[in-house]
Design a protein around this ligand. Structure first.
Ligand code: B12
Ligand code: SF4
Length: 479
């Protein structure tokens, strides 16, 4: 990174997910790219459609007003339609601006992003080093195609790639995310994933996951890199001092992938951050009583486990590498040490049957948990995406990306059921799970649920709850 180089004006655009009101999640990827660009001496502006609740035209206007040399889009694959729309409009206003994008969506289907959004190039994989080298090269007018980790369209329209970018070996060497460039107060004071409004901000502790689930794409691969507990805790102390957070979490691929790391991080958190509560993503075969007790002792009050199904056959189809019994044991163990265990479930995997869905419902009843049941969705880069493509289930990939959602609606049917059958089965399962959970402790749970949905969606949320309840009540005898 050249010190004598003049500043480049880079505008990073975080596209929205939709117009719906929902919890805000801080975009760490873009914030890491921003801090690396700042450290390299460039002028960085962030146009955060999500955090500032901007309309498309407001986002375009802010981007144009920042007079950028380079515009770069972030946002996960579910936001593709906005990247496409924004890129088209910005290109009209700023015909000569250099446009690029990065993130897991771009990395898995670069050709679609390049063609549909008219980008000059895209950044593949980890973006911190590549983006700095790219911006420097554009500034100097040298050939950026030599930079590792880039893809672009050749003269004949075919996808071209430079050499792959090596992962950053030492995550502690990266500057902290550039929180200040974002409307950080909106994130800190937003409702968190538990629908609570305590001041919160998360921290990335590791990158990568050693497991191999077929519906998952790991941009950081299977080789896990972890920050040192000292670096993690120092960043958390900064968040406490600067933003007065009281709650945090680790939105890593898998926070609990190494016991020693978790134990050491917890020991330091207990010592330095005694009042802070936190959550993380866990995996049922990576936790034990000693680890959970240590986590509880260090402030952990919530672990999200991807359970996905209550059928061993389905777990095998998903290459989960765990059994239903392990899932049940881990949930009970977690609850027994005083940490709330949350499960996530998906329906519609290749081979799903009525029997496997019933087993999932029974599992939730036995574990006494409830969770939204999402449709298995072949996100780009996953093994099931390739399988669905091979079977001709996806058709036009750009159209598929435009429709991409957070798996609450059926996008691709991988089962032998008709679409309607699968949707009905999901509604039935969701209703049954919800009902048995609520009616186990109705006086505590029903008001709690209504309150949460009211906070999230107002009267529309309440109406939705009542309607969903009635629909599931009347359909329960049909299965
Ligand atoms: C935390 C998280 C969430 C959070 C929110 C995160 C957010 N801010 O939006 C929540 C829980 C809400 C969430 C929801 C979903 N998620 Co999610 N999520 C993650 C997770 C675990 C970590 C993301 C993260 O912060 N990573 C850390 C940062 C540093 O990495 P990064 O974002 O990839 O950024 C790096 C590069 O991508 C690149 N980069 C990123 N942006 C940019 C921009 C530029 C300009 C450049 C140059 C480079 C660049 O450089 C960054 C630094 O190295 C990832 C898994 C993962 N490891 O990435 C899944 C992941 C991104 N999610 C995924 C999915 C599918 C979803 C859901 C659809 C799930 C669902 N069914 O509901 C929803 C969609 C929600 C939505 N509204 O869009 C998939 C995406 C698959 C794909 N092919 O793209 C992933 C990869 C999970 C997986 N293993 O399959 N998610
Ligand atoms: S779903 Fe979780 S455990 Fe499975 S590969 Fe992805 S990150 Fe790892």
């Amino acid at each position: 990174m050249c010190e004598e180089m003049e500043n480049m004006r880079v505008t990073l655009v975080y596209p929205s997910y939709g117009t719906e009101q929902h919890s805000l999640y801080f975009p760490f990827g873009l914030a890491y790219v921003a801090s690396s660009l700042l450290a390299a001496g460039h002028d960085v502006t962030v146009v955060d459609m999500e955090g500032d609740r901007l309309s498309v035209s407001e986002a375009v206007q802010r981007t144009v007003d920042s007079s950028p040399n380079i515009v770069a889009f972030g946002g996960m694959v579910t936001r593709f339609r906005f990247v496409r729309e924004l890129a088209g409009l910005i290109r009209k206003e700023l015909p000569d601006v250099f446009m690029t994008a990065g993130n897991s969506g771009v990395t898995t289907v670069p050709e679609i992003y390049l063609k549909a959004c008219g980008l000059d190039c895209v950044v593949l994989g980890e973006g911190e080093v590549t983006s700095v080298e790219l911006v420097n090269a554009v500034k100097e007018g040298v050939d950026w195609k030599e930079i590792p980790g880039i893809a672009w369209l050749g003269e004949d329209g075919s996808l071209q790639r430079s050499a792959p970018r090596e992962p950053v070996p030492d995550l502690d060497s990266l500057p902290w995310p550039a929180w200040d460039l974002f409307p950080i107060e909106n994130y800190v004071s937003s409702m968190d994933h538990r629908q609570k409004t305590v001041r919160h901000l998360e921290t990335l502790a590791s990158r990568g996951c050693p497991f191999n689930c077929v519906y998952c794409y790991r941009i950081y691969g299977r080789n896990v890199r972890r920050r040192s507990p000292e670096a993690i805790v120092a960043e958390l102390e900064e968040l406490v001092n600067r933003f007065q957070i009281q709650y945090t979490g680790f939105p890593d691929d898998l926070f609990t992938s190494d016991k020693k790391f978790v134990m050491n991080t917890c020991a330091l958190m207990k010592e330095k951050l005694p009042g802070i509560k936190w959550s993380c993503i866990g995996r049922v075969n990576t936790v034990d009583r000693e680890m959970l007790e240590t986590m509880k002792d260090a402030g952990c009050d919530w672990i999200s486990y991807g359970i996905e199904s209550g059928s061993d056959i389905m777990l095998e189809n998903m290459r989960r590498g765990v059994t239903v019994k392990q899932c049940l044991d881990a949930i009970k163990l977690t609850e027994s040490v005083g940490i709330h265990a949350e499960g996530s479930f998906i329906i519609g995997m290749f081979g799903e049957t009525r029997d496997s869905v019933k087993k999932t419902v029974e599992f939730c009843r036995e574990a006494d948990i409830t969770a939204p049941m999402l449709f298995v969705t072949p996100y780009p880069g996953t093994a099931i995406f390739n399988m669905a493509l091979e079977k001709g289930l996806i058709g036009d990939v750009e159209d598929f990306l435009v429709k991409m959602n957070a798996a609450d609606e059926l996008l691709v049917n991988l089962t032998d059921f008709t679409d309607n059958e699968l949707i009905e089965l999901r509604d039935w399962a969701q209703g049954s799970i919800g009902r048995s959970y609520l009616f186990k402790k109705p006086f505590a749970r029903i008001p709690n649920l209504l309150w949460k949905h009211f906070k999230l969606h107002g009267f529309r949320g309440l109406f939705h709850d009542v309607r969903a309840f009635l629909a599931s009540y009347f359909s329960r005898n049909r299965k």
